[in-house]
Write a new protein. Sequence first.
Length: 305
Amino acid sequence: MARKNRFIPQGGALVEVTCRTLQSMYLLTPSQELNEIIVGILARAQRRHPVRVCGLTFMSNHFHLILEVDDAEQLTRFMHLVGSKLGKEIARHTGWREKIFGRRYHAIVITEEEAAQVERLRYVLRHGVKEGLVASPLDWPGVHCAAALIRGEALHGWWYDRTREGCARRRGEDFTKHQYATAETLELTALPCWRHLSPEEYRHRIAEMVAAIETEAEHARRCGGREVLGVAGVMAENRRNAPAQQKRSPAPAFHAATRQARQELREAYAEFMKEYREASARLRSGDRTAVFPAGSFPPALPFVR
């Protein structure tokens, strides 16, 4: 199935990025070392391509990021660095020799509505709890934004320079784990709809959201007579395993709280694609002066003999 053209409204937008491992295998099963690697990669990518990170969670077989980006190019460059380095580091960490991620990430625009933005952050915060793995988002042993947002702190990790390590290894040098690593800091940003709040009020609202998630999950477990798997069970999972039942529902075009806001984005995307297709047709017919809409990636030109 053809993928949608990458589209970010003019002026930038909040987007939810989702990416799943190959066959949903548990290749991202948490460990302290892998957590530090993931945060280090995100932080280095943020320094090079300064997106604003509003939320994130890394489950055992997929991850979610809530990012505020200026345009599609910034998002693409950020995710290219994250995906490339993360794939190599996961392969190194797990010994898996095939591709790590099943397909390119999904980036879904979130409207400017407060209800839409808060709901998507709440969805990200619920991960680990809604699956019955842990009782609280604060208990998840992998990379998760809940504790950092409540405390108003950044996340810290390591970026490993494997090229320098390889050169040192070929020279026969002994080196420590962090000798060729750089400490990196991932800064978290408030949701655009809540930027008017003081830092204390923002942390309070996140704490209330987490408490509500814990209460709802506890009630559901009591009603269903279920227990959580627990941190030990999560970390003991075989990385080559995958869920018996995998999610198959299609990704939505946009995240919106109202029909009107969703329709406005659909119309903006339709106009964007109309201009893109017209310019593409002119380009492929030989007109090199074709002008593509702002924020788009023109198609590759045909092979020249």
